[in-house]
Ligand binder design. Sequence first.
Ligand SMILES: Cc1cc2nc3c(=O)[nH]c(=O)nc-3n(C[C@H](O)[C@H](O)[C@H](O)COP(=O)(O)O)c2cc1C
Length: 198
Amino acid sequence: MDPLRLLVVSGSERSGSLNRRLAAVGADIARARGVQVTVFDLRALALPLYDGDLQKEQGVPDGARRLRDALHASDALLLVTPEYNGFPPPLVTNAFDWLSRLEPEDGHASGLATTAGKPAGLMSASPGLLGGLRSLNFTRQFLSMAFQMMPVPQQFALARANDAFDEAGALKDPKAQASVEAVLSALLRVTTALKAAA
Ligand SMILES: Cc1cc2nc3c(=O)[nH]c(=O)nc-3n(C[C@H](O)[C@H](O)[C@H](O)COP(=O)(O)O)c2cc1C
């Protein structure tokens, strides 16, 4: 079987983002297991805030097509995202909202058909004590209910994330590292099984 292809997305691209650091740990684990990893920058899509008038006047922005194509070229998604007031942040939901507006075109499936049946692994990081845990269930629901993705049950919320990484970007706590490994193990196991069954 060809190597698994994993799309790694952080819900924050600010400089020094804790979630991007945690995503990098997940990406390293996947690479060490022979997975072909693509790190994808949602902010670089420069998507405007979803607006029905804008869509009517100018169509869906090309940034949404870039996300669709990146998902199409991947067997699974690893999404590592901050929590904003208990919810996934607009960088994530807005990009997926635009994606959901893409109809089939030029031989490409619709945005929703592109995500359907694709496994996902979810993690979050926060300086707080819950690590963004409250938002993970909403992210899970968003991706599974609306986008028919298949988030694996294993997830990880990294608490006190501002003190969790060493200077090389590695997690200081072996238990935290083991939790990230567990998410990746579950995600890659499910992805392998689905790919074999396809
Ligand atoms: C608008 C806003 C809302 C936030 N709400 C929460 C929250 O509900 N729970 C939490 O743990 N942290 C919350 N935070 C703090 C973030 O977890 C923290 O800023 C984190 O570093 C953001 O992720 P990043 O480092 O990857 O950018 C919030 C931050 C912002 C800017």
